[in-house]
Design a protein around this ligand. Structure first.
Ligand SMILES: Cc1ncc(COP(=O)(O)O)c(C=O)c1O
Length: 410
């Protein structure tokens, strides 16, 4: 009998809890101590930030990396380098953290939402192409849950249309696609070091590029557009912001960079094992993997059909397995007053209404039917790199138990 209905749980987590994450150790402590002892925690003048940026860039085979305060800031740095005109459009997808969207609005541009593909849960390149208008200024591809967007299609479209392509890799550290790391396909790749990410500094971010002109814009934008190469006068360039990383974050980041590959290997192995363990269950689609991708499983997403995702997740929790339905619940354009009600700058509705383009964007109610379907059917299973194979087998076993206990309406 299901634990939800009074049976005993599949895993008694009181006596046998799942392992928690333990991202930090002696090396972080050593480097943080070194930063403090240096008496300089500012991003300029210390040793650790340049080293962290160089090593991060090298890990991705990129020429430039700019550290910042969050994944949101890393995306903002990329948007700052794109420098859209007010009212320009940025095409992205609608299952994401608001951190993908905030920088678009702060750069006075309008997010336009392309639907996703059921096969990959990432943006559909054909939809991206369909939504391109003369006002389109860039594309942001979101590598959801650690899976890869179809980058060959997206780079082809972006190249043909002359549009910058930004990769949101906040959930996809060291995810490979056709043998190459995500973040290096587009013009810029953006990473988050928020606590739950494959490598973490609590909060923090990094933007990478191979384009030296973009690299310089990124670095300046994140630093108030202060031209530090110019001697003698305190000269600022165009409008920028201050989202500088600190030596403390770089200290932790340097230590994390040594570990992230093992973290991603473990998550890839465990995620694949979970997929194998539930692939035979009727009404369950295991996490999709884009052909050619090596998934890094930030979270484990599965789709249920014939079951209510909320009830399925509740039943799993009763069995002792962490689970939640729907990730963000609704498309991101319904999850934020800034997007849903255009609460942006005072009462202006800007940039959804733009005097520059004399164009009004209506609320996006009917958009993205596949995105809605996925969010309705999505059950997300958190796990981490410290799980053993037998922990994963318990997760799979509980999914099988819940599926047969709930029966589905099939
Ligand atoms: C896809 C995606 N984009 C952007 C962000 C924003 O990152 P941060 O929370 O570090 O600002 C996140 C964070 O969860 C994310 O998952």
């Amino acid at each position: 009998m299901l634990a939800l209905h009074g049976g005993s749980p599949y895993r008694d987590v009181k006596s046998d809890p799942f392992p928690t994450r333990t991202p930090f150790g002696d090396e972080e402590i050593r480097l943080v101590t070194q930063a403090l002892r240096s008496q300089n925690l500012f991003r300029w003048g210390g040793e650790l930030t340049p080293r962290f940026e160089q090593r991060f860039a090298a890990a991705y085979g990129a020429k430039h990396a700019v550290g910042s305060t969050s994944g949101t800031a890393a995306l903002h740095v990329a948007m700052g380098a794109v420098n859209p005109e007010p009212g320009d459009e940025i095409i992205t997808s609608a299952i994401t953290d608001l951190g993908t969207i905030i920088p678009i609005l702060y750069q006075n541009a309008v997010p336009v939402f392309a639907d996703i593909e059921m096969e990959t849960l990432t943006v559909d390149p054909e939809e991206v192409e369909r939504l391109i208008t003369p006002r389109t200024r860039a594309i942001i591809a979101i590598h959801l849950f650690g899976n890869a967007c179809r980058m060959e299609a997206l780079t082809e479209i972006a190249g043909r249309k002359g549009l910058p392509l930004i990769e949101d890799c906040c959930q996809a550290h060291l995810t490979a696609y056709q043998g190459r790391l995500l973040g290096t396909y587009g013009d810029m790749g953006c990473f988050s070091f928020q606590q739950s990410k494959h490598m973490t500094t609590g909060d923090g971010g990094m933007t990478i590029t191979n384009d030296s002109a973009l690299g310089r814009c990124m670095r300046m934008f994140a630093d108030k557009h202060f031209d530090r190469d110019r001697e003698g006068s305190r000269m600022y360039g165009p409008l920028g912001m201050n989202c500088r990383i600190t030596e403390l974050h770089s200290a932790v980041g340097l230590a994390q960079l040594e570990k992230v590959s093992a973290v991603v290997d473990s998550r890839n192995r465990l995620g694949s094992r979970l997929s194998e363990g539930i692939s035979h269950v009727d009404g369950i689609d295991p996490a999709p993997v884009t052909p050619g991708a090596r998934h890094s499983y930030w979270l484990y997403p599965m789709l249920v059909s014939g079951y209510a995702a909320g009830e399925f997740a509740r039943a799993l929790v009763a069995e002792g397995i962490g689970a939640s339905a729907g990730y963000i619940g609704d498309p991101i354009f319904h999850c934020s007053a800034a997007l849903a009600d255009h609460q942006t700058y005072g009462d202006s509705g800007f940039p959804f209404y733009s005097p520059y383009t004399d164009r009004t964007f209506e609320r996006a109610d009917e958009l993205c039917p596949r995105t809605r379907e996925v969010l309705r059917r999505l059950v997300v299973l958190p796990f981490n790199e410290n799980y053993s194979e037998s922990d994963i087998d318990d997760v799979a076993g509980a999914v099988c138990k819940v599926a047969s206990g709930l029966g589905g309406n099939r």
